[in-house]
Design a binder for this molecule. Structure first.
Ligand SMILES: [Zn+2]
Length: 309
């Protein structure tokens, strides 16, 4: 393998080849590799940060996805009471039901959907968002949103909670990201993390089509053990780690399996009718399987809370 482990620089071994972008149709296959020393799984070969930034700019184009039927329906659902009931059943992977007090920083806050929940649930919430259009929407809702990277974020302020909801796996250096958060936290402050679980049974079931490979945007693929390890090296102590399997993620893996082709965008992932139908079927009929997966530590998503040491 041409790359070495991005965490410990040991050699990598191939785990799965010909993994392709099942969402946007970005060309060129990737390899999932595993460090022979620390077991961290990672995407290879990787673009550098600038290359990744260009890909984000091109494919994670916020304004390109505004006011589509899919996003309108999603916004309506999230603002309804039904959403809270849904989270209680399906699993709250973005901490939208968490209550507490103190200052909270949501890293990658997008248009501020999470900020509204955190603020309504007792926190003083701020965001960090690189996408200027998304940040502007969040500011329009009255939130303080910093347009900086986490590493470059210079402030005297300390936070009680930093949220990394599906963010850490995008980092070219998760340990550095966590160390930056460590500096931003008050003593006893917490980092709340959610990310895909590389030990998920859906990975085994869907192989290359597992939606959470999400190459090349997902740089690292954490297991409970490798997530614990990076938290430990970054001076955090794990308070809790649970597993969830969102029906949305299962439906995305199914759609990828049915429709995704290398080099082509999978437009069916944005079909509101198809996604909603699959979600209801999965949650209604497969719930024992989802529940067993979580219990046997092979759920699709890791949800961790860790305290600054
Ligand atoms: Zn390693």
């Amino acid at each position: 393998m041409e790359n070495n482990c991005l965490a410990c620089h040991a050699p990598l071994g191939k785990v799965m080849d010909r993994v392709f972008d099942t969402r946007f149709g970005i060309e060129s296959p990737y390899v999932i590799a595993k460090c022979k020393d620390c077991n961290l799984e990672q995407t290879t070969p990787l673009p550098n940060q600038q290359g990744l930034n260009e890909l984000y700019e091109r494919y994670y184009n916020f304004s390109g996805e505004r006011n589509t039927r899919y996003t309108q329906l999603r916004a309506k659902f999230i603002n309804s009471f039904l959403y809270r009931i849904w989270l209680a059943i399906d699993g709250d992977i973005s901490f939208h039901l968490a209550r507490g007090t103190g200052s909270l920083l949501d890293v990658g806050c997008n248009e501020g959907r999470g900020l509204e929940f955190y603020q309504n649930h007792g926190f003083t919430a701020e965001g960090l968002e690189l996408n200027s259009k998304a940040a502007e929407v969040a500011r329009g809702k009255g939130f303080v949103v910093h347009g900086s990277t986490l590493e470059g974020f210079a402030t005297e302020k300390k936070y009680d909670v930093v949220v990394l909801s599906n963010v850490l796996e995008h980092s070219l250096s998760p340990a550095d990201m966590l160390r930056s958060i460590h500096r931003l936290l008050n003593p006893d402050g917490q980092v709340w993390i959610s990310c895909p679980n590389s030990r998920s049974w859906l990975r085994s079931a869907f192989g290359r089509f597992w939606i959470n490979w999400h190459v090349p945007f997902h740089v690292v693929h954490f297991s409970p053990d490798t997530l614990r390890a990076v938290l430990k090296t970054s001076q955090f102590e794990v308070v809790s780690m649970r597993q969830e399997t969102p029906a949305l993620w299962v439906s995305h893996s199914i759609i990828a399996r049915l429709f995704a082709k290398p080099g082509q965008p999978t437009v069916q992932l944005r079909s509101a009718l198809l996604v909603a139908t699959l979600i209801l079927l999965i949650r209604g009929m497969l719930f024992p399987l989802l529940w067993l997966g979580n219990l046997s530590k092979r759920g699709d998503c890791l949800v961790a809370v860790a305290r600054k040491k």
